[in-house]
Design a protein around this ligand. Structure first.
Ligand SMILES: *Cc1c(COP(=O)(O)O)cnc(C)c1O
Length: 446
């Protein structure tokens, strides 16, 4: 989880940022105007793009805006018939959804066994759809957590066939200060300020998904009726001219305090941390996708699927057991079902990374005790995790493992222990069996 520093958050509490109405007269929004200009200039520098709009309120809305830009560009060139959008199978679900929303037809491109875009299939599909190719949407580094080495060739190929390249920038935490999508072949990207640029997004918002474009697409960026819409622009993509303006000071503070050097250092540390976890856990949980040299980008997908057949232990059981060890689980079953995806970012110290790694190894050792028959497949600390204080102190204890094992599996937990507040919930049952927990109306009578 990326740090949302207090110093980044403080300015959004200032009335000067918190109170102005989005449609206040321009002379009362001078500060926001400056903020908009400076932040866009810094983000252009970080991405290698020529123009940016901060209007979209989410990454997905940035995708939508970016594809509208591409559509408007083709229409202005008399190529309005171009409506095919190539998307690799590894893409985030919002990519095909956005393409659909702007009326493009999605054609899926295969991935190879290493999780990379299959270049042979990409070439075949570019050729088959050459006359109608509007765009390709790729993610770099990929959602599989790998820097795909053929990305430049891929961009060149799409350009040869008259299409524009959309580089999904959600993984910019692996690029800022190191590589720029606007320089290696991208034409349009969105950023997720609520991922890479420190806006907290617990609970689903508020987000900011700026859309960034190369020089010849700048005239098509979103505009707003109050600001005057550019001649070729795609109009507004959100109600307020500057989108979720009130949270922009967070990303401004992050860039300003880090500086170019600090941002590059953060990227390098994020990549190093992910590779450290992947390599230290190699003998316990293999990383599903890596480069030919065995490296990952800023995240690694730990494959626990083989354990399921041998021991019945699922990724969800590991996630629940991590709570007993004092950790919130990493991303579960995305992008590959049955796996755990770990993105440590630059924010964790080496000691914290080690604490996580030691917990994961201890859990693997517990799984080994199921493998060798010490515990059965359905009565072991993983299947009953998480353990609440109430459950381990109850008079009734019927498990083949000790209470100490349940709650204090590592000595360090005796020094510092987070107690899960509820035991195991059957998530799927809950999702499929909705019931109302409100009091019946009769209870309000009299
Ligand atoms: C998060 C993410 C998105 C969508 O961003 P939202 O702000 O959630 O709409 C798109 N693509 C990728 C690769 C992402 O990780």
């Amino acid at each position: 989880m990326k740090l949302n520093a207090t110093s980044e958050m403080i300015p959004i509490t200032w009335p000067e940022f918190a109170q102005p109405h989005p449609f206040a007269p321009a002379d009362q929004l001078q500060g926001f105007k400056l903020l908009d200009e400076q932040l866009r200039a810094w983000l252009c520098q970080a991405t290698g793009y020529a123009g940016i709009s901060l209007q979209p309120n989410a990454g997905s809305q940035g995708e939508y805006a970016g594809l509208l830009v591409i559509r408007a560009y083709h229409a202005a060139k008399g190529q309005g018939h171009r409506n095919i959008c190539l998307i690799p199978a590894s893409a985030h679900g919002t990519n095909p959804a956005s393409a659909q929303m702007v009326g493009m037809q999605v054609v899926v491109v295969a991935c190879d066994d290493q999780g990379n875009v299959d270049m042979t299939d990409m070439q075949a599909k570019c050729e088959a759809h050459s006359a109608n190719l509007a765009a390709v949407m790729i993610t770099y580094p990929s959602t599989h957590g790998v820097f795909e080495t053929q990305v430049k060739a891929l961009c060149a190929l799409v350009h040869q066939h008259g299409g524009r390249v959309y580089v999904d920038g959600a993984n910019m935490n692996a690029l800022v200060g190191v590589a720029a999508p606007g320089e290696f072949g991208g034409d349009v990207s969105h950023l997720n300020l609520h991922k890479t640029f420190c806006i907290p997004h617990g609970g689903g918002g508020p987000g900011v998904g700026p859309v960034c474009v190369v020089e010849d697409l700048v005239p098509y960026l979103p505009g707003h009726a109050t600001a005057g819409v550019a001649v070729n622009g795609v109009g507004a993509v959100s109600a307020a001219p500057l989108g979720n303006a009130a949270v922009l000071p967070i990303s401004w503070m992050y860039c300003r305090m880090m500086g170019a050097e600090g941002l590059q250092h953060a990227t390098e540390t994020a990549i190093l941390s992910a590779n450290y976890i992947s390599s230290r856990l190699k003998g316990h949980y293999p990383t599903l996708y890596a480069s030919a040299e065995g490296h990952v980008a800023h995240e690694c997908i730990l494959d626990v699927r083989p354990l399921k057949d041998a021991t019945g232990v699922s990724a969800e059981d590991v996630a629940k057991r991590l709570m007993d060890y004092g950790f919130h689980a990493p991303t579960l079953s995305f992008p590959v079902p049955g796996t755990l995806m770990v993105e440590p970012t630059e924010s964790e110290t080496l000691a914290e990374l080690d604490r996580f790694i030691e917990a994961m190894i201890a859990i693997r050792d517990e799984i080994r005790l199921i493998e060798n028959g010490t515990w059965s497949q359905d009565n072991n600390p993983l299947k009953h995790a998480p353990h609440t204080a109430a459950s381990v102190t109850a008079d009734d204890w019927s498990h083949p493992y000790s209470r100490e094992r349940a709650a204090f599996a590592l000595p360090s937990l005796k020094q510092q222990k987070y107690w899960p507040t509820v035991g195991r919930v059957d998530n799927v049952y809950g999702d499929r069996n909705l019931f109302c927990s409100c009091l019946p109306v009769e209870d309000y009578k009299s």
